[in-house]
Design a protein around this ligand. Structure first.
Ligand SMILES: Cc1cc2nc3c(=O)[nH]c(=O)nc-3n(C[C@H](O)[C@H](O)[C@H](O)COP(=O)(O)OP(=O)(O)OC[C@H]3O[C@@H](n4cnc5c(N)ncnc54)[C@H](O)[C@@H]3O)c2cc1C
Length: 265
């Protein structure tokens, strides 16, 4: 690990100020589940580490006005075990329960997960599949505009995720084919029937989360597992690594989509 200045601001305004004044060398830390291993391996050299852990207002879950709003510092375990989330969007609680292992779920946060935009992370499928909104200290960003590529998002330098709000869907289901060691997604799908139509979002398969419009159209006509049978995703732009070929991932998209709709009921 390289040396850095450690700061633990007491307010969001102070965190934003510390981040801005550190310039390119400033880095936020939330649960540290991705960032700390990166620092240990000397893959990053921030001048200032700004710990969000003191901002208690950024943690917590609220259900009101047909929306579940989850503070950025809320851990995956809190989302998984929340009776309010289990009741309003059981698929989201199931998604959080399937992340990593108990240690990761007790430290990792929703804000860190969406900001990190790992192509194999679970939350991107939840955020895009449920048509959520990402709230920052400066603005709100619709899910479809938030994830912009491999480990990249619409966040500007100095911007801090404060919460993610999920409209309660009519039905939603989540299915994941996990890497047996890390539990990251080889492929996972969130399928949801919402007031604005059907959404099918895939994580793990490509460089960033994506929607499958052909499946959405078919499910819009007939919300049933069989509606996605035969709809194929081309392997051309999908990930290929030691865990799975692009062709296998393309096949898994169909299988996980079917299972997600079965889970939604
Ligand atoms: C062994 C292991 C297994 C895992 N398995 C899974 C899995 O199955 N599925 C899955 O989805 N994830 C998995 N993860 C990742 C985990 O879910 C963490 O949520 C994720 O690493 C990021 O959250 P964090 O709070 O730890 O963020 P940190 O590591 O603290 O930060 C990550 C990045 O986000 C930035 N950041 C943090 N908070 C904010 C904020 N509020 N606003 C703006 N930027 C911010 C940081 O600057 C940093 O760049 C795994 C991790 C480990 C170590």
């Amino acid at each position: 690990m390289y040396e850095f200045n450690y700061q633990r601001p007491k307010s969001l305004a102070d965190a934003a100020k510390a981040l801005k004044s550190a310039g390119d060398g400033g880095k936020l830390v939330a649960g540290g589940q991705t960032l700390i291993p990166t620092l240990k391996q000397r893959l990053a050299q921030p001048s200032d580490l700004i710990d969000l852990g003191g901002l208690k207002d950024l943690a917590g879950i609220k259900v009101e006005g047909g929306k579940v709003t989850i503070g950025a510092l809320t851990t995956h375990a809190e989302v998984a075990h929340s009776a309010a989330v289990q009741k309003a969007i059981p698929a989201l609680a199931a998604l959080a329960e399937g992340i990593g292992d108990p240690q990761v779920r007790n430290r990792g946060t929703i804000g860190g997960s969406v900001a990190n935009a790992d192509p194999a992370a679970d939350y991107p499928a939840g955020v895009v599949g449920l048509g959520a909104t990402v709230h920052t200290n400066e603005r709100t960003i619709a899910a479809d505009q938030f994830f912009t590529g491999l480990f990249t998002t619409a966040l500007k330098p100095g911007e801090i995720v404060t919460a993610v709000s999920f409209p309660v869907p009519q039905k939603a289901g989540y299915a994941k084919f996990p890497n047996p060691a890390s539990r990251y997604c080889v492929v996972a799908v969130m399928a949801a029937k919402t007031a604005d139509g059907v959404r099918v979002a895939v994580t793990g398969a490509g460089p960033s989360v994506f929607r499958v419009k052909e499946m959405e159209a078919a499910l819009g006509k007939n919300w049933a597992p069989a509606a996605v049978d035969g709809i194929k995703v081309a392997p051309a732009n999908l990930n290929q690594d030691i865990h799975a070929s692009a062709e296998y991932r393309a096949h898994l998209v169909g299988v996980m989509a079917r299972r997600a709709i079965e889970a939604a009921g």
